[in-house]
Write a protein that binds this ligand. Sequence first.
Ligand SMILES: Cc1cc2nc3c(=O)[nH]c(=O)nc-3n(C[C@H](O)[C@H](O)[C@H](O)COP(=O)(O)O)c2cc1C
Length: 239
Amino acid sequence: MENGKTVTALQTKAYAGARQTEQGRQNKANRTRQTEQGNRIHKKEKGGTDMSVITGLEKRRSRYLLNKELPVAKEKVEEVIKRVTELVPDAFDMKSARVVAAFGEEHEALWDEIERVFEGKVPHDKIQSFRNGAGTILYFYEEEVVDGLAAKFPTYAANFPVWANHANGMLQISIWTALAELGIGASLQHYNPVIDDMVRERYKLPKTYRLVAQMPFGGIEKEPEAKAKEKIEQRVQIV
Ligand SMILES: Cc1cc2nc3c(=O)[nH]c(=O)nc-3n(C[C@H](O)[C@H](O)[C@H](O)COP(=O)(O)O)c2cc1C
């Protein structure tokens, strides 16, 4: 009986060990299958790098030949700008970015004012190409927010304005790409700081709104030339 018990215990132990080994083998097989399946789905259904973030970026270009015919309702553009602004991150989650979007007549009046402020130093045709669009998005960051965080975390104080600019760039590329997804053309312009005071006064914005970029957008009148393919290994190393 004693012997019988021992044998049974040993057998149970051996069985448990074998079960664990078998379980481990199955887990590994499952993982391999899942990875292969994931790769297969990704390749078959999504086509290599054909994921939404990439296809969106592929659609984005600097489009300078615009018209006033938006392929979607103005409200859709407003909604997209708001949603993207909510989704784009910022350092310490400080939410420093601010956006002012002008449509229609106000967009045209804004470019009239930009032209006036530059007193003929920017060619009329160039300004007109932006005015030809349907709207302009003005990107700012709120210095009060940035300075507040800098005071709270003095070790990083110098980084906060840099991070605010990074976050603003992330917002710009995200909105630019989202507009491209909607079939809307846009470009990125920098008439700041010359136009800063005019813009702040025009939209009654606080002095602490730092203008970072302007993005005129509209219907696509003509597509730009395709870009030359680059040797990406010169810029990206996998180590
Ligand atoms: C940070 C940044 C600043 C830019 N500033 C300007 C600008 O002031 N005026 C302009 O016409 N384009 C500007 N551009 C657009 C670039 O010239 C353009 O993205 C680049 O030549 C590549 O062309 P693509 O946008 O068609 O891919 C800027 C782009 C970036 C990312």
